[in-house]
Structure formats: C-alpha cells, structure tokens
Unconditional design. Structure first.
Length: 218
C-alpha cells in the first residue's frame, strides 16, 4: 500500500476489535517513528506514555470520565494507547541537554566548530518564542502535532487503525501521571489497533474538499 492509498483508506476508528493486538515488531516500528519524527531545530519537545495492558489503559481512562466517558470504551478495546505530551517550558538546561545528545550521536564529528554554531542558531529560534513572541508552549505543541501526524500516517501505511482524541480530561491525566512535575502537559490521546466489524465509521465514504478548492499551482 502506498502513502496515497493509505491516506485514502484510513479513518478515525470508532470501535476497535478488543481481540486483536498489534504485534511487537509493528509497535517497535511505530515507537521508532515517534522518536525520529521531525521538529523545529530538532527541539523534540515531547514525551509519550504507552499503555498496552489493561491496568495501563485503566490509568489513561482516568481522563475519560464525566463528559469524556464516551472515549473510555475506545481506550479499553484498543491494542495500544498513547498519551501524547508536550513540554511546558524549554529552558537553557534542556537546550544544553539537546546539544550534548547531538554531540554523543556524532553530529559534530566532521566539523567540531558546528556545535557552537548550531547551538547559537537553535537558541536564537527558541529565544524568539520565549522572549519576543512569548508563545513557547504553543510552538512546542505544534512540533508535537507534527509528530502526531507522522504517527497516524505511518500507522495507516502499516494497515494499523488509529483514533486521535482531544476529548479527555487533561487535568485528570496530569494528576494520574504526575505530568506537571515532569515539565509535561498532555495534549492528545491516540488509540491504535484494528477496527471492529461493527464500526459504523468504517463504511462511510471519505469526505474532502476537491483538489481545485485546496490546491493553487503557480
């Protein structure tokens, strides 16, 4: 299946088959996608909580109560569930940690002077958002959503169904996993698995604006 076919056939899965589980090789591939997804100046402002057990999914469902209870069955029946988190702050210590990781991974072996140059470039972009635009958290969340899109596309090409959800009690998830103390904020939950035979959404036609409406060729 090529990417275009995968995007044509994918949809927001509403009912998962609880008897079907994603194999470990495929999960390992998806975790690699999460780890290697792009972000602006390689800031990687994300963290992911992976729930694959009944106990783990029950903890995720701490955020699926009250007005959000309709999402609880999707979490329970999915094979794996990912709580997608963004960093809240990006300080100088984190920028140094990034730089040293890049050095350890050999990014500056060919030209050691590039280390200081790249640190200056990245710091310039980060400081723009920290001190001038004052939108650091929003900017980091945009990077995390780039990652989320990469995950959904990758899952689709692998024949794995997915459902991204924002309908959660995020303060409850924050409390359940003590996220704030880790400089993290939950921004989405993604259920992964395989569609059930009675998922009504699987048989509905895809609806998108025409190519003429959304593309301008110059």
């Amino acid at each position: 299946m090529n990417v275009a076919q995968a995007m044509q056939s994918r949809y927001a899965t509403k009912v998962f088959d609880a008897q079907k589980t994603i194999n470990q090789d495929d999960i390992a591939q998806l975790l690699s996608v999460l780890r290697n997804a792009p972000s602006s100046v390689n800031t990687q402002p994300w963290h992911f909580i992976i729930a694959s057990t009944a106990a783990g999914k029950a903890r995720v469902n701490a955020g699926a109560t009250g007005a959000y209870a309709y999402n609880a069955p999707k979490v329970t029946s999915a094979s794996h569930v990912i709580v997608v988190c963004s960093k809240i702050h990006m300080d100088d210590a984190y920028l140094s940690q990034l730089l040293e990781q890049e050095a350890a991974d050999g990014r500056f072996v060919k030209d050691p002077s590039f280390k200081a140059t790249y640190h200056k470039v990245r710091s310039t972009f980060v400081d723009l958002h920290r001190y001038e635009l004052k939108d650091t958290q929003h900017w980091m969340e945009k990077q995390v959503y780039l990652n989320l899109g990469t995950l959904l596309t990758s899952a689709a090409t692998m024949g794995i169904d997915a459902l991204p959800m924002e309908g959660f009690d995020f303060p409850a998830l924050d409390a359940e996993f003590d996220l704030r103390s880790q400089n993290l904020a939950p921004i989405a939950v993604v259920a992964l698995g395989y569609r059930a035979a009675d998922d009504f959404n699987a048989t509905l036609p895809k609806s998108r604006f025409s190519a003429e409406q959304i593309f301008t060729h110059v």
